[in-house]
Design a protein around this ligand. Structure first.
Ligand SMILES: [Ca+2]
Ligand SMILES: [Ca+2]
Ligand SMILES: [Ca+2]
Length: 137
């Protein structure tokens, strides 16, 4: 019986030390990617991403995700996004996400991450915002 217990304990320890990678991290950006992205978004290179800079960056990304160029994001163009999140972002319920809808959804996270409300995001705030955002884009 003692060996069974030891075995169980070992199995448990193994489970704890090697967590099975879940879908939680699927499509998650690495920190390096986020830093690169942050630098790209900071157009005037002042070390902060302001709302206007972020708007422009979102526009660029939106266009690159819109593979059929109809100025709408359909389900197929946002595969990794959870259905509930898609429905939430699609305010007018036409099953497509317009640029306006996409922008509003992203700016919600911008404002949430901007704790001191100066409409500027530091690198840390930017990383925080991207982690909140269910769209891994
Ligand atoms: Ca800037
Ligand atoms: Ca499209
Ligand atoms: Ca829509």
């Amino acid at each position: 019986m003692a060996t069974t217990k030891t075995f169980m304990l070992l199995a448990l320890l193994l489970l704890i030390s090697f967590p099975i990678p879940g879908p939680v991290n699927a499509g998650q950006n690495t920190r390096e990617e986020l830093i690169r992205e942050y630098r790209e978004a900071d157009l005037n290179k002042d070390g902060y991403v302001d709302e206007e800079e972020y708007r422009r960056f979102i526009k660029k990304r939106f266009e690159s995700m819109d593979s059929n160029r109809d100025e709408m994001l359909e389900r197929a163009e946002l595969k990794e996004l959870k259905k509930e999140e898609f429905v939430l972002t699609d305010r007018n319920k036409d099953r497509r996400i317009s640029f306006r809808e996409f922008l509003n959804g992203r700016l919600r996270f911008f404002n949430e991450a901007d704790v001191n409300k100066d409409a500027l995001l530091s690198l840390e705030e930017y990383v925080k915002m991207k982690l909140m955002d269910p769209v891994k884009w």
